[in-house]
Design a protein around this ligand. Structure first.
Ligand code: MEV
Length: 316
């Protein structure tokens, strides 16, 4: 493989799941949108295909990153490029940092290999990396990151293996959330694995709950398309109740959910894997004053617009 000849740069967005985390692993739909924060990958010509792992990563993270990188690099013929990463979103907080890393890295690897980094080609390569990070991911995280749109996503078991199907969900109104961090987060692999054990033990009970979540996701995406943010918010609140029933919430997450509702959220719920702690989202018509108040109170938070027309001055 010929060495890359010029410096390359690519971005991978973080994500939030508006509704449908976990049930998406079992083939039900999820509604997810990209954050404007994410991971930037840079590639420079080198003698071999290498990843310069971030110094802030711990030993286990570094090992995993190298393994995931090697898997993706092999798929594009190991172009001679050295990739460095810069993250601008909280790591391991349920905001899709591994997917953002996988997407940014895949885009650089594809370019270095002389291939077009289309959303489809990027998602295919990022999926390989995500499997190293998460074992059996549904694919919603890296697909949202690669598409950079609010999407309705479904994992599909086809004859040649697992794939994902996504379609854009357009909104006539701005869909803006406040993302707030609460408690110490459990790794996604752990929450997904523990739920799988409960589901295997009581399959019919859990199937009913997943199906309920799936129906909420369909209703929520219709609400988005109709500009019915109140309907979307209510679906988010009911989804949070079901996530609690699935054993995925915690006192720290519930406190933050109620705090956001107390500040006027149309809907609030955990986002991502949940567990002991992690990220909580609140749907707000005007997110900025909420971010200012929570920040004054010492909460790590930010606002992001996931869909709809961009108003001037809206932080996304
Ligand atoms: C993690 O962001 C979302 C989960 O549904 C896992 C997955 O979809 O692979 C918990």
């Amino acid at each position: 493989m010929t060495p890359a000849t010029k410096p390359l740069v690519a971005f991978g967005a973080g994500k939030v799941i508006l509704l449908g985390e976990h049930s998406v692993v079992y083939g039900y739909p999820a509604l997810a949108g990209p954050l404007s924060f994410g991971v930037t990958a840079r590639g420079v010509p080198a003698r071999s295909c290498q990843l310069d792992v971030p110094v802030t990563a711990d030993a286990a993270q570094k090992r995993l990153m190298r393994k995931a990188f090697a898997r993706a690099a092999r798929m594009v013929g190991e172009p001679k490029v050295k990739v460095t990463l810069e993250a601008r979103l909280p790591l391991s907080a349920g905001l899709g940092s591994s997917a953002a890393l996988a997407v940014a890295t895949s885009r650089v690897l594809l370019q270095a290999a002389g291939q077009e980094p289309t959303a489809k080609a990027t998602a295919r390569l990022a999926w390989e990396m995500e499997q190293e990070f998460h074992g059996t991911p549904s694919g919603v995280d890296h697909t949202t990151s690669a598409e950079e749109k609010l999407i309705l996503y479904r994992r599909v078991q086809g004859p040649s293996g697992v794939t994902g199907r996504a379609r854009e969900v357009k909104s006539p109104r701005a869909v803006s959330v406040v993302v707030a961090l609460a408690g110490a987060r459990s790794p996604t692999k752990v929450t997904v694995g523990a739920l799988r054990e409960r589901q295997a033990r009581w399959p019919e009970r859990y199937r009913r709950l997943f199906a309920q979540v799936g129906r909420l996701v369909t209703e929520a995406s219709k609400a988005v398309e109709a500009g019915d943010l109140e309907g979307l918010g209510d679906a988010m609140n009911v989804n949070q109740g079901l996530l609690g029933a699935l054993g995925l919430s915690s006192p720290a997450l519930e406190d933050m959910v109620y705090r956001l509702r107390g500040l006027g959220a149309l809907g609030a719920k955990l986002t991502g894997a949940g567990g002991d702690g992690g990220a909580v989202i609140g749907l707000f018509l005007e997110p900025e004053p909420v971010v200012a108040k929570l920040t004054r109170d010492g909460v790590r938070c930010f606002a992001s617009q996931l869909a709809g027309p961009r108003a001037q001055g809206v932080h996304s």
